[in-house]
Design a binder for this molecule. Structure first.
Ligand code: ZN
Length: 463
């Protein structure tokens, strides 16, 4: 049914009581419920669909309630909260209501029923019964404000690591609070390898959001059922860490969108920021894609280029890309509910991949050009760090810079100690000034402080 909006005179008329409950009233109840659910409303009164009769339906999450000729017989207490109305689109307001109400009316068979409830139930009852008297919540609101259209979306957010956190928090801050957050289950993380929640879980719980942690998303009917029950319009993903199967991608009616920190089609895969830094790229970016079954291969919605600072490490670049990703995702959702989304297929000739970084790549190979050594260190900072070996003990190097000039020495040899600054190690060509290190079992420290504690002499060999 069409929902009438503010300005239509029937919304301001006092509705007439129903004299006989017959099949046409029952049909109207069915159609009103379907209309309410389709519009994601909590309640609907007959005048809102152009029928000036005293009939309401509502569902505050505890199943449908239908009432004919409803009346509030008792109201007590007070609550102040935010309300919206399907007949007043694009607005919300703060309304003072009774906290608890008792209501009587007739059910679809003409039997008298009595209901009692508080909080959201009481608020919805008062709101819907007001409609029957030609009153809109805006008449009672202490203040009314505009609501961006994207905040009406039912969003399921899927993400796992630190990168995804600013994107989730960006949605919440903009009023696009997800109906649920899906993240990978607790697993051993960090140095102690204790099972720890994912960064996204921690952030979601801090925002008071519902969290789901399925062991797997493929061939998992229980998860699929739960997801369907959330009735998402869209799924937003950011580094969730698993490929979503078709049955999940097909579920939200407005689509699934992923934030990927590269200029797709470059660097599809798990480690795009790593690879961009390791390769010494001067430019990267963030892309929002329509998700498809093939990883990171969907059509492009929005894309933004980002220059990489030559000294930037992964932590700093990742934080910047995540902040840009949060903005682009909000623009995507706004476009989705307003003028529609752009769609640009990826050029298959430009596809490159960014596979996960392997164990052997964590070690510094001094027999490489100096800038390449430095890029590998940047790609692994501040965590987990690129490592080398000194006197048989591991040493992580977290900050370093390539320095020009020819210095005699074999790759890995300490060729100069610079008090207060660090030490210089020869690479295949040029040399690397090591600025920040972390010895095995120790804390992160300036290389100068590390030097103070030991006699690191020119001629020592790393690696
Ligand atoms: Zn309403």
């Amino acid at each position: 049914m069409e929902i009438l909006t503010v300005g239509h005179p029937v919304l301001r008329k006092k509705a007439k009581p129903v004299r006989h409950i017959n099949q046409s009233v029952r049909d109207l109840l069915d159609r009103m419920l379907r209309t309410m659910y389709a519009a994601d409303g909590v309640g609907l009164a007959a005048p809102q669909v152009g029928v000036s009769k005293r009939i309401i339906v509502l569902d505050v999450g505890e199943g449908p309630v239908e009432l004919v000729n409803p009346e509030i017989t008792h109201a007590e207490g007070e609550q102040v909260g935010t309300e919206g109305c399907l007949s007043v689109p694009g607005k919300a307001g703060e309304v003072r209501r009774a906290k608890t109400v008792r209501v009587t009316g007739l059910d679809r068979n003409g039997h008298r029923v009595w209901l009692e409830g508080n909080d959201l139930f009481a608020r919805a009852m008062q709101h819907e019964i007001d409609h029957l008297d030609g009153i809109l919540y805006t008449d009672r609101a202490e203040r009314v404000w505009d609501v961006p259209p994207e905040t009406a979306l039912r969003i399921v957010f899927m993400g796992t690591p630190e990168f995804a956190v600013p994107i989730l928090e960006g949605l919440v801050a903009a009023g696009c609070e997800p109906v649920a957050v899906v993240t990978q289950p607790e697993k051993p993380r960090g140095r102690g390898l204790e099972p720890r929640p994912s960064p996204v879980k921690v952030a979601a719980l801090a925002c008071g959001l519902k969290v789901l942690e399925p062991e797997r998303v493929r061939d998992n009917p229980g998860f699929l059922e739960e997801l369907r029950g959330l009735r998402p319009h869209v799924i937003v993903t950011a580094a969730y860490g698993r490929i979503l199967p078709k049955e999940v991608l097909d579920l939200p009616r407005l689509g699934c969108f992923n934030v990927h920190p590269s200029l797709l089609p470059r660097y599809r895969g798990a480690a795009p920021i790593h690879r961009a830094l390791m390769n010494g790229d001067a430019v990267t970016g963030v892309t929002i894609v329509h998700m498809s079954e093939e990883m990171d291969a969907g059509d492009i919605v929005l894309q933004q280029e980002v220059a990489i600072d030559p000294d930037e490490d992964r932590g700093a670049l990742e934080a910047r890309l995540a902040a840009i990703g949060a903005e682009l995702m909000l623009r995507t959702l706004r476009l989705l509910v307003t003028e529609g989304l752009p769609r640009r297929p990826q050029d298959p000739r430009l596809v490159t991949y960014a596979p996960r970084v392997g164990r052997e790549e964590e070690r510094i190979d001094w027999d490489r050009p100096a800038q390449e050594v430095v890029n590998r260190i940047r790609a692994r900072s501040p965590r987990p760090g690129a490592h080398t070996v000194i006197d048989g003990a591991p040493l992580k190097i977290l900050q370093a810079a390539a320095i020009a000039g020819l210095l005699a020495g074999q790759p890995g040899e300490v060729v100069e100690v610079r008090p207060g600054e660090g030490f210089v190690v020869a690479a295949r060509d040029g040399a690397v000034l090591v600025r920040t290190v972390q010895p095995a079992g120790g804390r992160v420290m300036p290389a100068a402080a590390y030097l103070n504690g030991r006699r690191l002499a020119v001629g020592a060999l790393l690696g």
